[in-house]
Design a protein around this ligand. Structure first.
Ligand code: SF4
Ligand code: SF4
Length: 176
C-alpha cells in the first residue's frame, strides 16, 4: 500500500513540477510531497477532535519574522521558552499571525524550534495545538502530539529555508 502511495506521490511531484520549483531532486521532491500528504491526512484525522477542544495554543516559527537580525525587536525568554514579539512591524507575517491567533482565543508562542514545545506543553494543559512550520518540524511535532494524545492541526511553510520563510495567512485562518 505504501509503495502504491509512494508511486502516486512521485507522479504527483512530477506533475506539479516540484523539482523545477524547489530545485530538489526527484527523490527529495517526492519525499516532500509525501510529507505534505501525510500532514494533510493527519489534519483531517484530528480535525473533529480538535474542534471539540477549548484551550488551544498556536506555535509559530521564528523564521517567518520580517527580520532575522537586530531589526526584529522581539526578545527571547528562555524561561518560556519563546520570543516575545514587540510588534515593531505591522506588515510582519508573525505579527499578523499573532493577532489572528489571539483574536481566535489561542495562546501564541513564537518558537526558535520544535524542541521548545515539550516544555510549554508540560507547563500548560492545552487541549488542542495549531503549529506552523516546515515539513520536518511538523512531522516531529505531529509525533509528539500523537504520543501525548493531543489533537493537532498543521500549516506548512510555503517557503522554507530557516530565514524569511512564509506561510499562507489565509490557510492559518481557516485552520483556526
Ligand atoms: S513584528 Fe515582532 S516578530 Fe516581527 S519583526 Fe517586529 S518584533 Fe520581530
Ligand atoms: S524552516 Fe523549519 S527548521 Fe528552519 S527555522 Fe523554520 S520551522 Fe525551523
Amino acid at each position: 500500500m505504501h509503495k502504491r502511495i509512494w508511486r502516486g506521490v512521485r507522479q504527483l511531484a512530477e506533475k506539479l513540477k516540484i523539482r523545477e520549483l524547489t530545485g530538489l531532486n526527484i527523490s527529495d521532491a517526492s519525499m516532500l510531497v509525501e510529507d505534505l500528504v501525510d500532514i494533510q491526512i493527519r489534519n483531517l484525522l484530528d480535525r473533529e477532535k480538535f474542534l471539540k477542544t477549548r484551550k488551544r495554543v498556536l506555535f509559530l516559527p521564528h523564521c517567518s519574522r520580517k527580520y532575522m537580525d537586530g531589526r526584529c525587536r522581539a526578545h527571547f525568554d528562555p524561561k518560556v521558552p519563546a520570543y516575545h514579539c514587540a510588534h515593531c512591524s505591522p506588515d510582519c507575517l508573525i505579527n499578523k499571525a499573532i493577532a489572528l491567533g489571539k483574536e481566535r482565543g489561542h495562546d501564541v508562542y513564537v518558537l526558535p524550534g520544535g524542541t521548545c514545545i515539550p516544555q510549554i506543553l508540560e507547563k500548560n494543559s492545552y487541549e488542542g495545538v495549531v503549529g506552523v512550520g516546515c515539513s520536518q518540524e511538523l512531522k516531529e511535532g505531529g509525533e509528539l502530539l500523537k504520543n501525548k494524545n493531543i489533537p493537532g492541526q498543521a500549516v506548512f511553510l510555503i517557503k522554507n529555508g530557516c530565514a524569511n520563510t512564509k506561510f499562507n495567512l489565509k490557510s492559518l485562518e481557516e485552520i483556526l
